[in-house]
Design a protein around this ligand. Structure first.
Ligand SMILES: *Cc1c(COP(=O)(O)O)cnc(C)c1O
Ligand code: SF4
Length: 334
């Protein structure tokens, strides 16, 4: 018998890596040599909004460091179960701004399209923690009402793909979506708000780049990194490929206690991002969602940090400090 030739080793595709994410908080702690933190885990919090973190992102956490700024963003902890006045379920008033299923039309000229509900990573401070149902919408192609609303409103010149995470959709589905958008004459720009270029850079594959290159509008990709340690070689390479495809790269971050609430951390984030070709865009004050109070930084401290950043960095490396206020017609500068 002739032995079969060994199969060439194919690196796993992004979908496989997405599925292989760590979902068990105790496994995560064990991978990091932090089993002693087990009593800080909240099973209730994890049941409400499950842990989810790609293994490549785990590899960027510091082994044995209970205060790791990446770990803090994803570990479901007992602090989340505290009830804090002012921290609510629909903190940003999106419920009231929905123009059609899947479209949020809050700001002039821009329509935010909830392309899908699923995410590659579950961030504990995110308002999505209260919409677990959204994980199912990725499987549906329910875009027609949203597309009809965008088609009907000539005041919209920019579509923002958001979610959840639009890059959780297959590239084929993204192609379907932008083929429909390309037939709408009043659109001038496309923007994509997405975390995988940072947490799962394998998502930036040849198919995605080909799709981006073929789009008829200028495209901005707004990544989401909160700490300089989220960057790594693979992330830099993916971002360079995105730039090579003609995409403008911006970063939005959330100001998070215990993650990036020092001048040093914020300056390092801007500088590290710029090294990877990304300009800072927004630094958000936390949305006051139930379960996220332990991440809050006071407005006074936020302003002081921002002022210190202005003094420390060139202007183009200073993000705008903003808060989303229900009913406002733009993000509010602090
Ligand atoms: C943030 C946001 C936008 C985009 O606002 P920009 O200031 O242009 O980044 C659009 N729609 C909604 C609902 C938003 O929350
Ligand atoms: S929407 Fe963004 S911030 Fe929220 S859980 Fe998903 S990736 Fe994280």
């Amino acid at each position: 018998m002739i032995p079969a030739a060994p199969l060439p080793l194919q690196p796993p595709g992004w979908q496989q890596l997405w599925r292989d994410a760590v979902r068990d908080p105790r496994e995560l702690l064990s991978l990091l040599g932090l089993d002693v933190l087990a009593d800080r885990i909240s099973d209730d919090a994890a049941a409400q909004f499950p842990l989810r973190v790609p293994r490549g992102f785990v590899a960027r956490m510091r082994h044995g460091d209970p205060h790791d700024p990446l770990l803090r963003q994803v570990l479901p902890v007992v602090d989340e179960t505290r009830i804090v006045p002012g921290f609510a379920l629909d903190a940003v008033g999106d419920g009231a701004a929905r123009a059609a299923e899947g479209v949020i039309r809050k700001y002039r000229g821009r329509a935010l399209l909830i392309a899908t509900g699923s995410c590659a990573v579950h961030c504990r401070y995110c308002f999505r923690r209260h919409f677990p149902y959204a994980d199912e919408t990725a499987a549906r192609d329910g875009w027609q009402p949203a597309l009809a609303a965008i088609r009907a409103d000539k005041g919209i010149d920019e579509v923002i793909l958001s979610g959840g995470d639009p890059l959780s959709l297959s590239t084929a589905k993204l192609e379907d979506l932008t083929r429909e958008l390309a037939a709408i004459p009043h659109l001038r720009r496309l923007r994509i708000h997405t975390r995988p270029p940072v947490v799962l850079p394998e998502r930036v594959d040849e198919g995605l780049l080909a799709w981006l290159r073929g789009l008829p509008w200028p495209v901005a990709v707004v990544i989401h990194a909160n700490h300089a340690n989220e960057f790594a070689d693979g992330v830099d390479a993916g971002l360079a490929r995105l730039r090579g495809a003609g995409v403008a790269l911006l970063n939005q971050a959330v100001l998070l206690a215990g993650v990036n609430d020092t001048v040093e951390a914020l300056a390092a984030l801007s500088e590290r991002g710029y090294q990877a070709g990304v300009l800072p865009y927004y630094l958000h004050q936390l949305d006051r969602v139930a379960g996220a109070a332990h991440f809050e930084v006071s407005d006074g401290r936020a302003r002081a940090l921002h002022a210190a950043l202005v003094a420390a960095l060139p202007g183009y490396l200073v993000p705008k400090l903003v808060r989303e206020v229900a009913g406002d017609n733009a993000k509010r500068a602090l």
